[in-house]
Design a protein around this ligand. Sequence first.
Ligand code: 13P
Length: 252
Amino acid sequence: MRKQIVAGNWKMNKTFSEAETLITDIADALDEVDLKDAEVVLCPPALYLEMATDVAFESNFKVGAQNIYPEDSGAFTGEISPLMLKDLNVSYCIIGHSERRKYFHETTEFLKRKADALLKHGIRPIFCCGEVLPEREANQHFEVVQKQLAESLFHLTQEAFQEVVIAYEPVWAIGTGVRATKEQAQEMHAYIRGLIAARYDGATANEITILYGGSCNGKNARELFEQPDVDGGLIGGASLKTEEFLQIVTSL
Ligand code: 13P
């Protein structure tokens, strides 16, 4: 059975004390929820990872980072390595987010190195893919996603690939309030699963968690998560409010 996941990508939000309050509030609320086999992942800014893993130690969630540099150590001023994340008990790391592709010019080749660097240390990449609006309007969205996956992930062995979580995040849906319809999400998720089956095999494709991200909130999460190939969500804005985030978690 593939794992269902709701992950909160806090992006560059919250002061330390606000982050501490939000994490402990979410941890307390999760104590009341039967997650069964599902997993909740909180991805706060890097400065708060240690505090988050301390709280997670006695709680029902895992911690993810939002970024890494793909080397273990060295002269890379300002960067954080997967070895450092491993040392803090961070379980996941988002890579390939459209904001990093756009603002920090991250290429598919660089993301390939990041995937390798994380997997070397047993940290599960949450690999984001998705098209911008003109690409969807030109009916190029399948081709765009195929290329992103092929160029950054499909070099992995089957064993390594099984540790990857995919997040389909259509860029036009991120932070806009315009989400993909349940049909659009299901269509792309099924397409991604088909690509994985073609590259690896059907059993691998069936085991991979594929999340939806982009204006997912407490009101629309359930109908998205009900789709057969949607295994949960990568949540931005709505992950910054305890009640709404919990509403999403309980929509699994
Ligand atoms: P929003 O949920 O704010 O649209 O952001 C989605 C996202 O980018 C998660 O990584």
